[in-house]
Design a protein around this ligand. Structure first.
Ligand SMILES: Nc1nc2c(ncn2[C@@H]2O[C@H](COP(=O)(O)OP(=O)(O)OP(=O)(O)O)[C@@H](O)[C@H]2O)c(=O)[nH]1
Ligand SMILES: [Mg+2]
Length: 422
């Protein structure tokens, strides 16, 4: 099973809570605040791994949660940091924000990493708040909570050479002749159901070849599987265009050649600029005269260089490999996608959302509220007083009044429920 596009859920770890604690020893009955800070939550990191060729593993696992930070504790103990999660993806995986559909990263080269989500910050313990004015702060800060996000992974294979041609043209046969790949080969169209990669070695140099199957007339409009796979040709440096000159499937080889070229152009104008080598295949199946006649026809029509091979007798394979190596040595690699500056991990610190629940209570939520509530321990009476004052000064009470708040109404903010009095 080949998988080259999928959507997954990711969530960085929450920050651990700060601790409220006071030192009590035999010598010191009240030795001051000693609550430690919470630890940082784990990050979500993507990493390009050359040993992967598909996104297949994501069929089984679609949710990734990094570990939360540990809570702070007495005696100034800091909570442990949550473990990061490193998600391995094949080279050439493009990450897209599922909500905005913006590209956020292109993991182009082996070992490249991208921190998609940062873990939440740990909250400060009460020791942090100690000052000359506030000798015994009875509050600490909650850890920062992180939000889950959805990200689309799309694989745009990074190969040096792409093999294209009608089904049955002999692409997989050629791949098996020139590389370490071992694809299925059979005498019917659509034998290969997904792109295969192989590593080819010539004179101590290596290059990666991708077999792009399923191309037929109309592929660019969604016929067959070809359109689905064309994205894997976008980044190859050199296209080998295989044409069955023996016409063993009963079609005209010139017509085949034009149709495939047409599909490539229709898919992406840029592909017009990708250098191409024409490879006439299955020459062992026709006699010398027929071959010469057809070659003459091809030369007359296009006047371009071409190669002729047989994957069965191996005629022409070595020359072709050398030619590919020679061509690749002067064709630069295609650059990674240009990714615009985009803050995928943007923390919402501004929103205030007011809704009414089934019982008519006013429910206040949003990023600004989350941030504000982090610093308040509502069980502590001094903090609760501060909380009420801040509701006024932040303008939340005014916003609620605009929505019809009056004395006796219930307000819910996170886990806190209280009655409003003017
Ligand atoms: N005689 C001869 N047969 C060949 C040659 N190349 C491929 N074939 C045969 O042609 C058939 C199709 O070859 P494949 O390599 O599977 O073709 P493909 O282009 O990968 O086809 P799809 O995977 O269906 O797109 C198989 O039966 C091969 O054995 C060749 O040079 N000579
Ligand atoms: Mg094949």
């Amino acid at each position: 099973m080949f998988l080259d596009k999928t959507k997954i859920f990711i969530k960085a770890g929450n920050g651990g809570n700060g601790s409220t604690s006071f030192l009590h020893t035999k010598q010191t009955a009240d030795g001051g605040p000693d609550g430690g800070d919470g630890g940082k939550g784990g990050d979500i990191i993507f990493k390009a791994n050359k040993n992967l060729n598909t996104l297949y593993n994501f069929r089984f696992q679609k949710k990734f949660y990094a570990e939360n930070g540990g809570n702070g504790a007495q005696r100034l103990r800091t909570g442990s940091n949550g473990k990061d999660i490193v998600i391995d993806v094949p080279c050439g995986t493009v990450l897209i924000d599922a909500e905005s559909e913006q590209v956020i990263a292109d993991l182009y080269e082996n070992g490249m990493t991208f921190v998609a989500l940062h873990g939440g910050k740990g909250g400060h313990g009460n020791a942090f708040y100690k000052s000359s004015i506030k000798k015994a702060p009875h509050f600490s800060q909650l850890g920062e909570e992180t939000k889950p996000k959805q990200v689309i992974l799309e694989l745009k294979t990074i190969a040096d050479v792409g093999l294209v041609g009608f089904p049955n043209a002999g692409k997989s046969t050629l791949l098996s002749c020139i590389s370490n790949a071992n694809p299925k080969i059979a005498n019917y169209p659509f034998t290969t159901l997904y792109p295969n990669l192989g590593v080819c070695e010539v004179k101590g140099n290596t290059f990666v070849v991708a077999d792009i199957p399923g191309l037929i007339e109309g592929a660019s409009e969604g016929q067959g599987l070809g359109h689905y796979f064309l994205k894997h040709i976008e980044r190859v440096r050199l296209i080998l265009h295989l044409v069955d000159i023996s016409q063993s499937d009963g079609r005209d080889f010139i017509d085949d050649y034009e149709k495939i070229n047409n599909e490539l152009m229709l898919y992406n104008e840029e592909l017009r600029k990708t250098p191409q080598i024409v490879v006439l295949t299955k020459i062992d199946l026709i006699d010398k005269d027929t071959l010469q006649e057809r070659e003459a026809l091809f030369k007359e029509k296009y006047n371009i260089e071409y190669f002729k091979i047989s994957g069965v007798t191996h005629t022409g394979i070595e020359e072709l490999k050398l030619k590919v190596l020679e061509k690749l040595s002067v064709i630069p690699k295609k650059p990674p996608l240009k990714v615009e500056e985009y803050d995928f991990d943007k923390k919402d610190k501004e929103s205030i959302i007011i809704t009414r629940d089934d019982e008519g209570a006013f429910v206040v939520s949003g990023g600004k509220i989350d941030e504000f509530i982090r610093g308040i321990v509502l069980s502590d009476t001094r903090s609760f007083a501060y909380f009420q004052t801040r509701l006024e000064t932040m303008g939340i009470i005014d916003l609620l009044k605009e929505k019809g708040l009056k004395t006796g109404d219930i307000i819910k903010i996170k886990d806190t429920v209280f009655e409003y009095t003017e």
